[in-house]
Design a protein. Sequence first.
Length: 155
Amino acid sequence: MRPIKDFKEFIKDGTVKKITPDLNRALFLKKESERRKIFLDELKRKIGIKDDNANYIIENSYNVLSEILRAKLLESGYSASGLGAHEAEVSFMKNLSFQDSDIIFMNDLRYFRNGILYYGKVLDKEYAERVLGFLNKIYPKLKNLLKTEKEVLEK
């Protein structure tokens, strides 16, 4: 897999555009990611992680993280769209001072999630467990970077 481009390159090529910060949409995405995370936690507790549901766990974990990253992008006055948008969102993690190892894991997760959606890739319980561990490590950090509902409503 090729290394992820710098966020500035995505701005330069037009994948990312500078916009007026969209705090309401960012708040919506934050809430959506919270609901999806709660659902994943409940699924793990009630059903567990198995090879049979690994792809579902991986896809939804990716969606939780991509929604919260997208929320931070919108809050920061950026919007990514088109080919490379998801990669740009991952690249934005560097601007948020995440470690390279976390950015690499997130980019790998993006790649494998695309494999599931577009190429019928089947992943296993072991990888799903690693993804959930990553989600539980990164999600609180991303969530804490976002404005609270009270801060958004006061604007």
